[in-house]
Design a protein. Sequence first.
Length: 275
Amino acid sequence: MKKKVARKKSVKMLPAPGGSDTLPVGKIKIEPQAMIMAAVQGNASIDVLERLLKMHERINEKEAESEYREAMAKFQAECPIIVKGTSVLNKGGESVRYKYAQIDAIVKEVKPYLLSNGFSYQIKSEIIDKPFEGVKATAIAHHIGGHSEESSFSSPIDKSMAEKGYQTLQQAWLSAQSFSRRVAFCNLFGIMTGESDHDGNKPKSADSQKQEPSKDTKDKLAALPEYIASGFKALGYTVKNVIDFCNRFQWDHNKIKYELDKIANASDTEKIKNV
């Protein structure tokens, strides 16, 4: 009985761009630039070149957006909660009506984290009369990779404050502008503000940041699963970074892991493993 011998399948070949050599199909990664060059060398029509250029632009836009998302996730993980250090007193000055963080204080606090993650920004303001009389602010984030996004917020003029003697009408306009700029900026970058946890209601100094975590915080840190702890270690986070990160997501292990997975760069660090 004659034994059957399996035939060796031949690999289909394609002409290599710009030469007579051939390359196997499925074993080459065609880059948009190479495709455009091949089309130019092959005297392709204008229509073909335009389609290739548009494809190249779409690929670049997707890559830039992906870099923006990764940088934003890293920024939000590093950025601390900004302390509301400005108090607004009642008319008589006897008590505090509310507290807030001024836009210049917020920018000063977050600027190092923006720069280290490749972000720049601008804020535009305009007067509006619909749906109410007030100020509209638009904050725009630019990433070094080329992608940009914006966030807008509109604030009405509170003329009653001027009528009650808390401020002049001009101050009411400035308050609306400041408020809309602050909210638009914080919404754009996901910045959070909160009350101080130490005396003085001032932003945390370098010395206060070195203080020992509370027993409750230490217990929460000790309870972090190994796959989360290894993720923080792989990303090079300090204890303070870890605490700020976990506080942001209420120490929910599933949320923490999800956010870490978005930040982790699979090409440089091992992907955080599932439970």
